[in-house]
Design a protein around this ligand. Structure first.
Ligand code: CAO
Length: 555
């Protein structure tokens, strides 16, 4: 029994395990890949130091590992074909090394994530400069699997120029300077070694050269080469393994940046068809996959189309209803056709939770009624909804995350400092959600007047697209119709929506006895990626307290 650990991987620390390629019970051959680790610019597989049976895994996907981190426990199958590593007998070798005398020294070094090898430049040249493959140790004839720039492109310093790949290691070669690509000297499929010209770069300004020591004492020439050379010397490319990929695994074939891109979008690369050489997955393939998946969503909605559903669900049933009785076919309205796919997208892409609560609006209703005569004189109704809008603004101020949007990248929450409340309006053609803008700056009468105006515009089909944009939170009130609770669908990119049902008189215990109180049911749907359950419960409890004592909107 032997514990297999991460080998000497140079300065490569806290690097993420992106795949575990074996499981307990698996029989592995010597040199068979066990895990894949990945930094920003390089990925590599760590092969088994010997043959045997995997007894126990010591890590999981997402763990960060460094040299010496335990990978698994291996029950060895007697003497193996793999030669025992000299320095660390119980350690997986990062990659097998070609049997050349010079190959022994850098065998275990792979690039540090913080300092990937930079492309070398022709030290003697002034602008434009030839960017070359840096010192990549003893490894020769590595295939260029992607050329990431084209003539005319402006590149930033450290921007990846090409991707090189051997059977088990992939790495991107970043630019040593900022500039404009003038000419490419490589193409996909070329085999390159140290010193091979990658492209001709015209550096843009002094900034690109700043901080670089001068080349061989020259003061006039742009001094990029020593920087590149130093970085490369410290971080040679991963050694090249002997085993062909096909012999070991069938994991998707993609460069680190493509893997990262796919992870950001939540794309499972095993479902993406690669269009590159040897079915390699390119950026464009991931993009095409996402576009296809998005396009499939609206197509899946109408039953008549019978199209394929996303997530490999069975196709929508295509039934001849007329076989079972008389039917009438009514075309969907334009509005339904537009809003349906949006509702569907929101429903399947947002993890919805609905929090239910109720507010005691006895006093509020009395206050509303005491003011209705006055607003009616002015020509509009003072509805409960106007008070709800004001109360929501107060709750949103107190709980700002409910007035936010998740950035598309999923990296940031954009919290809005304005309060535009969308209101779902039921029209004969379908649902529309016009927006009451800057509700925080308007009095309840003004909100009520505006509500009357926009609901009329909606029902007369006179809303303009701008009237329905810029919302930060929505309310869907079915209180005038009935029901006790429902689960409204969030109006993306908002993160929450309040559903309101019909208020009713209920017996409420006041400590001494039951008293009749007018209770308003609240149903708050929220995006669980942004808001957790406790926050939602606090929000509705706070909102109920505001509705219970509307003076709180003044605080
Ligand atoms: N509880 C009890 N009664 C309520 C109430 C509540 N929560 N909310 C409103 N009412 C009453 C009103 O007081 C009014 O009574 P009166 O006619 O006696 O004065 C009556 O119900 C009708 O109200 P309303 O609908 O005219 O006014 P509103 O401000 O409450 O709502 C609007 C306006 C535009 C939201 C509403 O007309 C509407 O379209 N609601 C449907 C929204 C919808 O479809 N949501 C679903 C989205 S998800 O598919």
């Amino acid at each position: 029994m032997r514990e297999v650990a991460v080998p000497d991987i140079g300065d490569f620390k806290d690097v993420e395990v992106i795949e575990i390629l074996v499981k307990p019970g698996d029989t592995v051959a010597a040199e068979q890949s066990l895990i894949t680790v990945e930094s920003d610019k390089a990925s590599m597989e760590i092969p088994s130091p010997g043959a045997g049976v995997v007894k126990e895994l010591k890590l999981k996907v997402g763990d960060k590992v460094s040299q010496g981190s335990a990978i698994l426990v291996l029950e060895e199958a007697g003497p193996t074909a793999a030669p025992a590593p000299k320095a660390a007998p119980a350690t997986a070798k990062p990659t097998p090394v070609p049997a050349t005398p010079a190959a022994t020294a850098p065998a275990s070094a792979i690039p540090a994530p913080s300092a990937p090898p930079r492309a070398a430049v022709d030290a003697a040249s002034a602008e434009p400069m030839t960017v070359k493959v840096p010192d990549i140790g003893d490894f020769k004839d590595i295939e260029v699997i992607e050329v990431l720039v084209k003539p005319g492109d402006t590149v930033a310093k450290e921007q990846s120029l090409i991707t090189l790949e051997s059977d088990k290691a992939t790495m991107e070669i970043p630019s040593p300077a900022a500039g404009v690509v003038q000419e490419l000297r490589v193409k996909t499929g070329d085999k390159v070694s140290q010193g091979a010209a990658i492209l001709v770069l015209k550096a843009t300004g002094a900034q690109a050269l700043a901080g670089a020591p001068s080349a061989a004492g020259s003061t006039a020439a742009p001094a990029l080469a020593p920087v590149a050379a130093a970085a490369v010397a410290a971080a040679p490319l991963p050694p090249i393994p002997r085993e062909p990929r096909e012999a070991t695994q069938s994991k998707p074939h993609a460069s680190p940046s493509v893997r990262k891109f796919a992870r950001e979008l939540g794309v499972d690369l095993s479902r993406v068809k690669g269009s590159g050489p040897k079915a390699r997955i390119l950026h464009a393939d991931v993009q095409a996959f996402v576009k296809g998946a998005l396009a499939a969503v609206p197509a899946a909605a109408p039953a008549a189309k019978g199209g394929a559903l996303p997530f490999n669900l069975p196709a929508w049933p295509d039934v001849d209803f007329a076989k079972f009785g008389p039917v009438e076919v009514k075309p969907l309205t334009r509005l339904q056709k537009l809003s349906g796919p949006n509702l569907h997208r929101n429903w399947i892409s947002i993890p919805h939770i609905t929090q239910f609560d109720e507010a005691d609006i006895t006093d509020l209703e009395a206050f509303r009624k005491s003011n209705t005569a006055e607003t009616e004189k002015q020509g509009f109704k003072l509805t409960m909804l106007a008070f709800l809008i004001k109360a929501c603004v107060t709750a949103l101020r107190q709980h700002p995350n409910f007035n936010s949007s998740l950035e598309r990248s999923g990296e940031n929450l954009v919290v809005k400092k304005y309060y535009n409340i969308g209101v779902a309006v039921d029209t004969p053609d379908g649902l529309v959600v016009p927006v009451v803008r800057d509700a925080d700056r308007k009095g309840v009468f003004e909100v009520a007047r505006e509500l009357a105006d926009i609901s009329k515009l909606a029902r007369d089909k006179r809303l303009k697209p701008g009237d329905m944009q810029g919302g930060t939170f929505s309310i869907s009130s079915l209180g005038g119709i009935g029901g006790t609770a429902f689960t409204p669908i969030i109006n993306a990119p908002e993160v929450a929506i309040l559903g309101v049902s019909k208020s009713a008189l209920r017996p409420v215990w006041d400590g001494k006895g039951f008293v009749p109180r007018l209770m308003l049911p609240l149903s708050l749907s929220y995006d669980h990626r942004v808001i957790d359950g406790a926050a939602a419960a606090r929000f509705t409890a706070y909102l109920a307290s505001v509705l219970g004592d509307i003076r709180r909107t003044l605080l």
